[in-house]
Design a protein around this ligand. Sequence first.
Ligand SMILES: Nc1ncnc2c1ncn2[C@@H]1O[C@H](COP(=O)(O)OP(=O)(O)OP(=O)(O)O)[C@@H](O)[C@H]1O
Length: 579
Amino acid sequence: MARRPLPRILSHGGAQLARSRELARTAADSATDVLHPLITITRGLRRLASAGRRRWAETPKDRRGPLLFLAASVVLVVALMPYGPLLAVVTVMATAAWQGRDRRPKAPQGPDPSRSRRLKSLYEALVPYFSTPDDPEPLYSHGGAWEKAFPEYEFDGGGRITHLVISYPAYFPDGEPESRARIEHLLAAKSGRDREYHFAWDEEGNLLTLRALAPLPADIAAQRFVTSPGETVLGFTDPIRVQRTLPLSYGEERRDVPPVVWRTGIRSTAPHLLALGQPGSGTSTLLRSIALQALQHGDVMIVDGGGTGEYACLTGRDGVLAVECGPAGAAESLKWAAQETERRLIAVNRAHQAGDPPPEDTRRPLWILLDRPTVFTHLAAEDGRPDPQALLHMPLRHGRPANVTVVVADQLDSLETLSDAVRQHTRARVVLGPATAEQLESVLGAPPPSTPVDQIPAGRGYARLGTGPVHRLQVPATPNPYDDATSEALRQAVLELLPPRSTPADEEARQDAPAQEAATPASPVRLEKVPSDRTPDRDAHGRTTPAHDDEDKLPAEAMAASPAPQQPQHREAAVAESS
Ligand SMILES: Nc1ncnc2c1ncn2[C@@H]1O[C@H](COP(=O)(O)OP(=O)(O)OP(=O)(O)O)[C@@H](O)[C@H]1O
């Protein structure tokens, strides 16, 4: 019997109503089953009565008297006959039951022939994986019944499977990733490779649920996201695992989309991030998106080994301490970052020991963003200099209590060149663009729950925060506004998010140092670095430099443990002095 729709209040409740809804539905179904004969007879009596009324109305007035007399005679004869009344009641009930039967044409059972063929072929393809010759009653056998194996299925308007529950035998090794991967690969291939599929294995119930995922929106432009301090939106995902949504604007339109939010700071369980991808997969775009969000509440230092000016738009902006593209500048900036982390750590520890809150000058988040640091590693090895990645050890290991966050982006094939500290301490992971299942698992630490599509758009990939689930990810479009290929709308969106430029870029120093610039393979972009919430210092030339915490205020032991911070711009000051 077809299930009756429930009242709206029961069919649109939240997750907590699901159980009550199922109970109500079961009770309604049972009551309908028990009362079904009564309902049929009542409906038949109603139809007989209305047929009688119609007949009476159609009978001409002069013939109504004889008709009434005939009916009364029949009633009298029946009443006088032995068992007459009983027989009359039985006859009326039988007639009513016949008249009251459900005359609606029966809905066709099962899917239409083309859909049945699709399910049948899927079933046949699964037979080698879900059967064994020793099974006396195989659920899967060539020419067997797919209906028992697929208890639930749904198709879209084009006749393609969108949802399928697959029952499999208990002896299938569903705990082995390789066995699962074989089945998932097969199902994705048979259901259409141009879509992504989510697989949920219910090992207790021996059920596998396949769901075709709608493509993630690729048209989300950079914008101010509604987040708290310490939260960074890496991108957007589907609502299967993420309940929270963010209101986003698409031009005039507004939509709520589930985000992948990364929490940083002292309570974070994944305080540093590593993003990997093939060239052109969108890791620089991700870093730019993170930088624009980080600048709302903190200071940012960028070390760019790519040398293509991807971060030039950030140069000289409030809160941007440095954008370094050359090996010497990168090494100096990282050295300063390590010393600053150490200084903050000592200051925080002293405050803890004294029972005071952390000092104000340790609270503003410091972000160290590195794009392709392995380029500098190669250059340093060639020149016989120490690997600048070694300087990341302090911020990575001790950055969390010091409010220092490190984000590293590099290419997938450089994973081995990244230092142990980077690989150990970056517990938030992102992989963008095409990647093999092995690469995904080695970077994320777990296989993604969905199959990839053949054509992956830029900025699409997977994210995993600590030991959490692997999420599908689409990074918001945050292009380089100085790139000619960037559309005007996206350029404006990024420009609007940039902090103001309160100090002019130090063009003079750059022009005056041709010798030093030529010595560096990727010429550095010179930047002024002025944390917006601090009073800048002045160097020998009267230029502003980051007002790092006044060394005089540091405790004696902190000074002993922490060498005086060597500010990132010292290289440029030296260049200016020599000119
Ligand atoms: N999330 C995104 N949405 C839309 N377009 C994107 C996105 N991410 C990247 N792109 C586009 O893809 C191209 C490459 O992006 P990007 O430079 O960020 O990649 P990459 O991984 O850093 O590559 P490379 O290392 O070669 O510089 C750019 O044209 C960029 O605009």
